[in-house]
Design a protein around this ligand. Structure first.
Ligand code: ATR
Length: 281
């Protein structure tokens, strides 16, 4: 039931109608008995800044931010957490009562949670890591693995200059490679993460030499639609253990929920099954 005291949060993006986030957050709200609701906001790029600024003061507790607004969201904030600054992107905005906006990034936590859940023996510090892509998602992944103890991160991108920018920003543990050097970069890795947008439903898959990774390398794709991307299917065919993007989505939603509703999601809610049902799986 919606009451006069219902605490509102939501997710903003474009497109937004297929977002899984409302399903996750509302299942947790119901199970926790919180007087809250979580809704999707479809906002155009032209209207984004006015929309966010209009929520200052806390009539809405907070927002998750998704494509294509994560960089713009960071720029509108008054306070920025270290991890959001490192990622140069925000997936969480919290509206404070004094009118301020706090920007955070929980995608890195989601990534680490996905590995912890689906590849429990994985240690980010034990071997080099390869990340495909050099957008905000790749930058956030590199920053998260660095904070988890990684000492050798290889960022591989079609446009080498973008990978070099990440390496320059994050320090000597991060090195840049072009896509043509991928086989070399995959040598000896403990994990390979696809942080490119290739593999999204309707787009062509990524042509990466997966066989160059060690047989024990964990292969992860941040894309969750389809849940098994061409990249993950190729990894599975090679016998590699895999981690999917839905685990990461759920992993970032947990600390987001806590930021909006002041408590961690209640245990025992099988949000993965709910999300899979919504994906038609
Ligand atoms: P985000 O901020 O969500 O990570 P982005 O900045 O658009 O999104 O980055 C998308 C990434 O996917 C980039 O690394 C892009 O490579 P370029 O920097 O060379 O553009 C990568 N990408 C997208 N489609 C690709 C494809 N078909 N093959 C290789 N890389 C691709």
């Amino acid at each position: 039931m919606i009451t006069g005291a219902t605490r509102l949060a939501g997710v903003v993006g474009q497109p937004i109608s297929h977002s899984m986030s409302p399903i996750l957050h509302n299942a947790w709200l119901a199970a926790a008995g919180i007087d809250g609701v979580y809704v999707p906001f479809a906002v155009t790029p032209e209207a984004f800044a006015a929309f966010v600024n209009g929520l200052r003061g806390g009539s809405v507790a907070g927002l998750n931010v998704t494509v294509p607004f994560k960089t713009q969201a960071l720029a509108l904030a008054d306070t920025i957490t270290d991890r959001a600054r490192l990622a140069q992107a925000a997936n969480v905005l919290v509206f404070q009562e004094d009118g301020g906006i706090l920007a955070d990034n929980t995608d890195g936590l989601g990534l680490l949670a996905a590995f912890a859940q689906q590849a429990p023996g994985f240690d980010p510090a034990a071997a080099p890591l390869a990340i495909l892509g050099a957008g905000g998602a790749a930058r956030g992944a590199a920053a998260a693995f660095l904070s988890a103890g990684a000492t050798d991160i290889r960022v591989i991108n079609r446009t080498l200059a973008r990978a070099q920018e990440i390496a320059a920003d994050l320090g000597p543990a991060v090195r840049a490679y072009g896509l043509d050097q991928a086989a070399q970069a995959f040598e000896g890795v403990g994990a390979l993460i696809n942080a490119t947008s290739a593999g999204l439903s309707g787009s062509a898959g990524l042509d990466a030499p997966l066989a160059a990774t060690p047989s024990t390398a964990v292969v992860m794709d941040m894309v969750y639609k389809p849940l098994i991307t061409p990249f993950l299917a190729q990894a599975r065919a090679l016998g590699r253990p895999t981690v999917d993007g839905l685990a990461m989505l759920i992993g970032q939603a947990v600390p987001s929920f806590a930021a909006f509703y002041g408590q961690t999601p209640p245990p025992g809610v099988d949000v993965r099954t709910l999300a899979k049902q919504a994906l038609g799986l």
